[in-house]
Design a protein around this ligand. Structure first.
Ligand code: AHN
Ligand code: ZN
Length: 330
């Protein structure tokens, strides 16, 4: 057998197993993640369903912008609690009063869903669920005080968490998994030196939670994980506190064929909820979207264009399936 036909056989085996997995998964998945099909490994974890995650993103947006103190915020909170309970999680809502940097009093709700809470080892995966009350990065100045849908900035990460919860109910990974939806992340002040105006929900959690009968292994924060034309670079605070987790996530993503999105490049340090988790002694990384050349966040960031039209299921899938693989490989 010459070298060419050996390769051909290998192609066939890979192609056949790829087809088989596609048939078993939700819908037909074509691998648009990579042109290099030969080097793509199939997940050993259950198949993440991006259509399902997308629907969860759309439903959150359908309430309207989930800004602090709004009706949409209250309705979405209730919906999230119901969903996580429906998926069999042990759900608690951490409620607290606080103030935005402009003095507005707010009631925050961190929504916490735990699976396998009697397991000794636990991983935490989180994302903020509130949306920014001001489209202050929009080209059109007249929108600078208008709330945004936050389809990418907020709903995308939570959509991924919900789909993971649904998958855990279908097949138990036999490890503690804590899914947290942080509140009041995105009402921060761009003009201020005070970084504390961001991430109010996780700041509260950092000083108000207890660890009884289990131990955190690591944390992963998701922020803007579903936008069109988004790329993930190695965020610098994550690299400082949890370089091993970054390496594991990026190499897992690349192994699964998502190297188009998970780049081997350093990103900027970002003020985000993972800082609070790290301050609590849990090594935590931030998977956060950036634009094509890494000069900024995705183009829709804090604009009126951060809506469901600009969500890309392939990006949700790259992040979601990578996380599934991380969870089920432990
Ligand atoms: C700052 O812009 C300082 N932090 C970005 C955190 C953030 C806002 N993530 C999403 N929206
Ligand atoms: Zn934001």
């Amino acid at each position: 057998m010459n070298r060419f036909s050996t390769l051909g056989n290998r192609f066939f085996v890979l192609y056949a197993s790829f087809l088989l997995i596609c048939l078993c998964s939700c819908g037909n998945k074509s691998n648009s993640q990579s042109n290099d099909t030969v080097s793509v490994a199939q997940p050993t974890s259950p198949i993440f369903c991006e259509d399902s995650a997308y629907t969860y993103v759309a439903t959150q947006c359908s309430f309207g912008p989930r800004t602090m103190n709004s009706k949409a915020h209250e309705q979405c909170a209730q919906w999230l609690v119901n969903k996580f309970e429906q998926f069999g999680a042990n759900v608690s809502v951490q409620e607290a009063e606080s103030h935005l940097y402009d003095g507005t009093p707010i009631t925050m709700k961190n929504i916490i869903a735990v699976f396998n809470d009697s397991c000794e080892g636990r991983i935490q995966i989180s994302s903020h669920w509130d949306s920014r009350p001001w489209a202050d990065n929009d080209d059109n100045q007249s929108y600078h005080n208008t709330p945004i849908d936050g389809a990418n900035d907020g709903a995308s990460g939570v959509g991924v968490l919900l789909e993971i919860a649904r998958q855990i109910q279908l097949k138990n990974p036999e490890i503690g998994v804590e899914l947290i939806c942080w509140d009041a992340e995105d009402s921060g002040d761009h003009g201020s030196e005070n970084e504390n105006s961001w991430c109010l929900g996780s700041q509260y959690w950092a000083t108000n939670h207890s660890v009884n009968g289990f131990r955190y292994l690591f944390g992963i924060l998701l922020d803007m994980v579903g936008g069109k034309d988004s790329y993930f670079r190695k965020e610098q605070i994550s690299m400082y506190y949890a370089p091993g987790v970054v390496d594991n996530v990026w190499s897992t993503a690349q192994k699964l064929g998502y190297g188009k999105y998970f780049l081997n490049e350093n990103g900027n340090p970002i003020t985000d909820d993972h800082i609070q988790v790290n301050k609590s002694g849990i090594p935590c990384i931030d998977i956060i979207g950036s634009n094509h050349d890494g000069s900024s966040f995705p183009d829709t960031w804090h604009t009126m264009n951060d809506n469901i039209q600009n969500i890309d299921k392939n990006v949700l899938n790259a992040v979601g399936q990578t996380l599934m693989e991380i969870i089920w490989q432990i």
